[in-house]
Design a protein around this ligand. Structure first.
Ligand SMILES: Cc1cc2nc3c(=O)[nH]c(=O)nc-3n(C[C@H](O)[C@H](O)[C@H](O)COP(=O)(O)OP(=O)(O)OC[C@H]3O[C@@H](n4cnc5c(N)ncnc54)[C@H](O)[C@@H]3O)c2cc1C
Length: 433
C-alpha cells in the first residue's frame, strides 16, 4: 500500500523548504521530493535573499545560515554602449540586524541549510526523486507518482513548489506552457576574487555587500538587464533576457553575458576574477496577469510555480516564494483540522496571499512586463541619449553655459520626441515605485 502523509511537497527551493519547515514545526507529517542530488544542487538565483519571512520562521537565522554578505550598497546604472550613469545608495544602518532583510547567498549552500532545518523540524526530505505526475480520485489530487520503485505516495494535499518550469502545474491543468514573452532566461556566472579585492573594489567593510543592477545597453541594445552581487569571496554576475527576445533575434545566452562582461563599466569590476560556475535558469516575469490559478482540489501552487515574482525594479522572488510556502502550509494545517482539502477550502491560501505584500505587490506592478515590452527605446535610444547629454554637460570647453545648455536642448529635442518621453516616464513610475 502507498505511504500516506498529511502533505507532500514537490521541490526543495525556498518555497518548498518554507512550507516544509512550517508544516513540520506544527506537527504535520510531511514529505518533500527534490529531484536534485541535494537541495540547492539544481538551483540558481542572482543571489539576493529577501528575508522578512525567513526571519519570522527562524528568528536571527543569519547567525547560523550560510549567508555571504548583508547588502548595504545598492547601485542602479544606466549603460550606453561605452559609458555609465549611476545612482549609488549606501546605507550604513543596513549593517545593523536584521540587515534590511537582504543578504547575498549561494543557493547550493543556502537551500541545503534550509532543507536541513525543515528536516530537523521533522520533515522527510527525499532527494534525487523526480515527481512525474499525480494520483487522482475523481479529479481531486490525492498523491504523486515519483520516478522510483514503489513511488506512489498519498497525502491530504500536495504543495507544488517545483519552480519556474513547473511541468506538474501544466499536468494538473492549472496552466498552459508559459508564453516566451512571459519568461526571462537568467544566465549567471560565479567569479572568484579574493575577499580583500572585493571589499576594496566595491567599498565594503565587515560583511557588507553590494548589489549592482545594470539597465540600458547591457545586452547590446536588446531588452534585458545585468547584475553583479558580491559574495564573501566571489561575485555573482549575470544577465536576464526575455526568451521571446532571444528567439526573435537569434541570440545566444552565452554571447549576451559575454557582451555584458565586456562593457567597460563592468569589466573593470571583474578584473582578475576566475569563472568558477556557469548556469542558466528561467524566471517567470509575466507578472500578475500571467499567473495561473493557484489551487484545485488537493493542490496548491507556490513560489515560481505560481508565477510569484515581482517583475518591477525590485526583482523579488525569494521572499514571495517563502511567504507563499508559509501561507500554503498554514492553509493545509487548517484544512487538515476541518478534514476538507477541497479547492474551496484551499482557496484560503489565495486569500492569505491577497491580504499580504505578495499579491498586493504583484497587482501594484502588474503592468511592468507590458511597459518594458512596449518601450524598446528604454534599452538603446534613451540610454544613448542620456549619456550623450551628460557627455555634453560635462565636456570642458570655452562655450558659455547658456550655449552649452542650448546645445543640450537642441540635441535632445531632435532625437527623442518629448511626448513619447513623457509618456514613458509616466509609465515607468509603475516599475520603479
Ligand atoms: C538568474 C536569476 C536571478 C535571480 N535573482 C534573484 C534575486 O536576486 N532575488 C530574489 O529574490 N529572487 C531572484 N531570482 C528568483 C528566485 O530565484 C526565485 O523566485 C526563487 O528561487 C523561487 O523559489 P521556488 O522555491 O519557487 O523555486 P526554485 O528555487 O526554482 O526551486 C524549485 C525546486 O523544485 C525542484 N523540482 C523541480 N521539478 C521537480 C520535480 N518534478 N520533482 C522534484 N523536484 C523538482 C528543483 O530542483 C528545485 O530545487 C532570480 C532567479 C534567477 C534565475
Amino acid at each position: 500500500m502507498a505511504d500516506r502523509f498529511d502533505c507532500i511537497i514537490v521541490g526543495a527551493g525556498p518555497a518548498g523548504c518554507a512550507a516544509a519547515y512550517k508544516l513540520a514545526s506544527d506537527g504535520m507529517s510531511v514529505i518533500v521530493f527534490e529531484r536534485g542530488e541535494y537541495p540547492g544542487s539544481k538551483n540558481m538565483s542572482g543571489g539576493i535573499l529577501y528575508s522578512t519571512i525567513l526571519n519570522k520562521l527562524i528568528p536571527e537565522f543569519w547567525k547560523e545560515a550560510p549567508v555571504e554578505r548583508h547588502v548595504t550598497r545598492r547601485r542602479y546604472s544606466m549603460l550606453s554602449k561605452d559609458s555609465e550613469a549611476a545612482l549609488d545608495v549606501n546605507i550604513n544602518a543596513f549593517s545593523e540586524p536584521p540587515y534590511n532583510n537582504s543578504f547575498t547567498v549561494l543557493r547550493a549552500k543556502f537551500d541545503r541549510w534550509f532543507a536541513k532545518k525543515a528536516e530537523d523540524a521533522g520533515a522527510l526530505i527525499v532527494t534525487e526523486a523526480v515527481v512525474d505526475g499525480f494520483i487522482t480520485d475523481n479529479e481531486k489530487i490525492t498523491g504523486v507518482k515519483v520516478r522510483m520503485e514503489g513511488g506512489e505516495v498519498l497525502a491530504g494535499a500536495v504543495i507544488l513548489a517545483d519552480g519556474a518550469n513547473s511541468l506538474l502545474s501544466e499536468k494538473a491543468g492549472l496552466r498552459e506552457k508559459p508564453a516566451a514573452k512571459e519568461m526571462i532566461l537568467g544566465v549567471k556566472e560565479i567569479i572568484s576574487l579574493p575577499k580583500e579585492v572585493i571589499e576594496d573594489r566595491f567599498s565594503l567593510e565587515g560583511g557588507q555587500g553590494a548589489a549592482l543592477e545594470f539597465f540600458g545597453q547591457c545586452l547590446g541594445g536588446f531588452a534585458g538587464q545585468g547584475f553583479i552581487y558580491t559574495n564573501a569571496d566571489c561575485l555573482s554576475v549575470g544577465i536576464g533576457c526575455p526568451i521571446s527576445v532571444l528567439q526573435e533575434n537569434g541570440l545566444k545566452p552565452a554571447g549576451l553575458i559575454e557582451a555584458f562582461k565586456k562593457h567597460p563599466s563592468v569589466r573593470n569590476l571583474l578584473r582578475g576574477g576566475r569563472i568558477e560556475e556557469y548556469g542558466a535558469h528561467m524566471i517567470p516575469e509575466g507578472g500578475f496577469s500571467a499567473m495561473p490559478e493557484l489551487t484545485k482540489d488537493g493542490l496548491i501552487l507556490c513560489g515560481d510555480a505560481g508565477g510569484l515574482v515581482n517583475p518591477s525594479l525590485y526583482k523579488e522572488g525569494s521572499n514571495l516564494a517563502m511567504a507563499s510556502g508559509v501561507f500554503a502550509a498554514e492553509t493545509v494545517i487548517e484544512a487538515k483540522k476541518r478534514g476538507d482539502f477541497s479547492k474551496a477550502a484551499l482557496d484560503a491560501y489565495v486569500e492569505k496571499l491577497e491580504n499580504s505584500f505578495v499579491l498586493k505587490d504583484m497587482k501594484r506592478f502588474k503592468d511592468a512586463p507590458e511597459i518594458l515590452r512596449k518601450a524598446p527605446e528604454l534599452f538603446k535610444e534613451y540610454p544613448e541619449e542620456l549619456l550623450e547629454l551628460l557627455r555634453l554637460h560635462f565636456t570642458v570647453s570655452e562655450a558659455s553655459k547658456d550655449e552649452v545648455h542650448g546645445e543640450l536642448r537642441r540635441s535632445f529635442k531632435g532625437k527623442v520626441p518629448a511626448w513619447r518621453l513623457l509618456k514613458n516616464l509616466w509609465k515607468l513610475r509603475r516599475i520603479i515605485s
